[in-house]
Design a protein around this ligand. Structure first.
Ligand code: SF4
Length: 380
């Protein structure tokens, strides 16, 4: 194993792509700290001492969902206690509040609501664009996009639906809904949700329209290590294509490894990943996804303390101030999960890095209170 790790270290030094077998070595070696050290080396090569955060606001416009994914504790059926949907006016008010508070981004995702019409989504985007024009709108996972194509009665016109959403104000796509790209796992844990081919199709179409997107992997439930590596390989290939398409194409910005959190889900008998596993997973993502500029540790699911460690193991981004996040409740906390920029900067400094506020497109931000402007073009 030591010899193989040395070979992998040499390849990383030479900037050569790692094979899936080498990825398996990274998962199985007892030398976790060497894996973290290698990931940190790549991270420093790309970003030096910089580590990014952003000032954003999350809006989960409804928790009503046509599906019932086993791992999900967020969804409700229409008449369930706690089921809700925001009207466009409420979302507009949220956007205005976010802009006044100095947010650069509004991040919008929700359940697959069975009855809201397609116009609800385009109206929502247009209302935000009109009332809070400085906010970048990052909205709708690939799963939601496919759902919107269905309710628009254009199930085979993903490109057209994305074009309409972009015209209404959509700025980029978040990375959710990817789960794990494996049909066995998918059909057992996420039945009814789109499979990997459709998820990747949505992101490819978005890239063709010049929209940047992000990617996730949900791990630590019933998937195998091979499944995780296969997932990374498919993302790497799709990113190769986006890069080959040239300057007008969008691309994946960030990979966000998401640990499965069993609480309140149908899979709550599973233990979920340990802290050590979370650290290794993040480092392996950094090493395998050599064509992704950024690796994010999503503090809402990892905690701010783990985010500090992860910055030393390959992460360069800890996401944002968030304010409100309904989807996952770590340790049974309520849904108001919020931090401030000062705390995020402290986390980054604790880990030995220089905090850089970024916008959604990773352009550094110059800020004076709630006033901000883009300071320079993105470094990568
Ligand atoms: S994960 Fe998404 S699609 Fe699945 S039940 Fe939850 S909200 Fe619905």
């Amino acid at each position: 194993m030591v010899h193989v790790l040395k070979h992998i270290a040499n390849k990383i030094e030479q900037r050569e792509r790692l094979t899936l077998d080498e990825g398996m070595v990274l998962f199985q070696t007892p030398d976790l700290w060497e894996v973290c050290r290698l990931a940190s080396r790549v991270r420093e090569r790309l970003h030096g001492k910089r580590a990014y955060y952003n000032v954003n606001r999350h809006v989960n416009y409804t928790n009503v969902c046509a599906l019932s994914c086993k791992f999900c504790s967020f969804y409700r059926k229409k008449d369930d206690d706690g089921a809700y949907e925001y009207d466009v006016g409420a979302i507009r008010a949220e956007a205005i509040g976010a802009q006044e508070a100095g947010a650069t981004e509004i991040h919008i995702v929700g359940g697959l609501h069975p009855w809201l019409p397609f116009s609800y989504y385009t109206d929502m985007l247009a209302a935000i664009r009109e009332s809070a024009p400085k906010l970048h709108i990052k909205a709708f996972t690939a799963v939601e996009i496919v759902h919107l194509a269905r309710i628009a009665r254009r199930p085979n016109d993903i490109a057209g639906v994305l074009r309409d959403l972009k015209a209404a104000g959509l700025g980029s796509l978040p990375g959710g809904g990817a789960e794990v790209f494996d049909d066995r796992v998918h059909d057992e844990a996420f039945k009814g949700k789109i499979r990997s081919d459709k998820w990747l199709e949505v992101h490819r179409e978005a890239h063709k329209l010049g929209l940047n997107t992000n990617a996730t992997i949900l791990y630590g439930h019933i998937e195998s290590l091979d499944d995780r590596l296969h997932h990374m390989d498919l993302l790497r290939t799709a990113q190769d294509e986006a890069i080959a398409a040239g300057a007008g194409s969008g691309r994946f910005q960030t990979i966000i490894p998401l640990p499965f959190i069993p609480d309140d889900s149908e899979l709550e008998h599973l233990p979920g990943p340990s802290g050590v596993e979370n650290l290794r997973m993040l480092a392996v993502c950094r090493l395998m996804l050599d064509n992704f500029a950024h690796v994010k540790t999503f503090w809402i699911m990892q905690t701010l303390e783990m985010a500090e460690l992860m910055l030393q193991a390959g992460a360069d981004d800890i996401d944002g101030t968030v304010v409100w996040y309904d989807i996952t409740k770590v340790g049974g906390s309520d849904t108001h999960q919020e931090t401030d920029a000062r705390r995020l900067c402290q986390v980054i400094r604790n880990a030995g890095f220089e905090p850089i506020e970024r916008d959604t497109l990773y352009r550094p931000i110059a800020r004076d209170g709630a006033e901000w402007r883009v300071a320079e073009v993105a470094a990568v």
